[in-house]
Design a protein around this ligand. Structure first.
Ligand code: G4P
Length: 263
């Protein structure tokens, strides 16, 4: 971090709060910071914009990115350039022309750090040679004339401060499914979706949802999808896998689990 001028904090656009590590503030003190709301393709478009506005109101720059398709990646680099313009000018006035701005990515596991770096690498030209003081394997990727990105991201552990945070991380696959029981995760997710995204469920599973219990609904989905074990019983583990996969792959539609208003 000593070598770094700008930190990119990668967050999951569906859960900007749960995917933020509170140590980030301490780690990035005295550094410029860009927030990248990744997986924005899986999050609600309206909510995405609200989050960007929320950060702007709090004096922070946030960019919406889909590291899978590359959407927003160029804009994020542009933002870094703008962020550092003043600093580069100051350096130049002191006679230090050609200062290199060094950028690093930080984020919790599975948020898309490698995907983002891969995207950037494909778009830019050659990697820069090793720098003294850095492990030999680490490479700097040139983003712009005077901006380089460390090709190794910093991994931060998510803070499991509350059950809600833990569940949101579990729904999105940011913590391993074996930390919480998979059927429990799917049950809680379905409960949340019935309350917040009922029509998405009805469309995907061709159901009409009334006042069934969550367990009833899991059984209904299981029957529709043929998740049956011998004896005709519904295989709840299969239903759970199916639900979680559908949610994580965006097959239930674009959804944001943490809204700005709840901040
Ligand atoms: P990490 O380095 O932060 O750990 O994350 P990584 O890039 O490995 O990405 C984790 C998973 O998230 C990958 O799925 C990747 O394709 C997906 N992903 C990353 N960025 C985006 C994005 O902007 N939009 C969408 N829709 N997906 C994204 P995977 O290879 O299928 O792995 P997994 O889902 O089996 O873990």
């Amino acid at each position: 971090l000593k070598l770094i001028d700008v930190v990119i904090e990668l967050l999951d656009a569906r859960i900007p709060r749960a995917s933020h590590n509170p140590d980030m503030e301490k780690l990035t003190k005295n550094k410029k910071k860009l927030i990248v709301l990744n997986k924005s393709d899986l999050a609600d478009e309206k909510e995405n914009q609200k989050w960007v506005n929320y950060y702007a109101k709090n004096g922070q720059t946030a960019v919406l990115v889909d590291a899978n398709s590359g959407k927003g990646v160029a804009e994020s680099i542009q933002k870094i350039k703008i962020m550092m313009q003043g600093e580069l000018k100051k350096q130049a006035e002191k006679g230090k022309i050609g200062k290199t701005i060094r950028v690093m990515i930080l984020g919790i596991p599975n948020v898309g750090k490698s995907s983002y770096i891969n995207r950037v690498t494909k778009k830019t030209s050659a990697k820069v040679g090793n720098k003294p003081g850095v492990t030999r394997q680490k490479q700097w990727i040139r983003l712009e004339k005077s901006i380089e990105l460390l090709d190794t991201p910093g991994v931060l552990w998510p803070k499991l401060d509350s059950e809600e945070i833990a569940l949101n991380l579990a729904y999105t696959g940011s913590i391993k499914d074996d930390i919480l029981e998979k059927t429990e995760i799917a049950y809680q997710l379905l409960n949340y979706l019935v309350q917040n995204y009922k029509s998405n469920l009805e469309t995907r599973y061709k159901l009409e949802i009334g006042d069934e219990t969550i367990l009833d609904l899991m059984e209904m989905i299981g029957r529709k999808r043929g998740a049956i074990v011998s004896g005709g019983r519904v295989d709840l583990e299969k239903v759970s896998n199916l639900l979680l996969d559908d949610f994580r792959n965006g097959k239930l539609g674009r959804m944001t689990l943490e809204k700005v208003e709840e901040s």
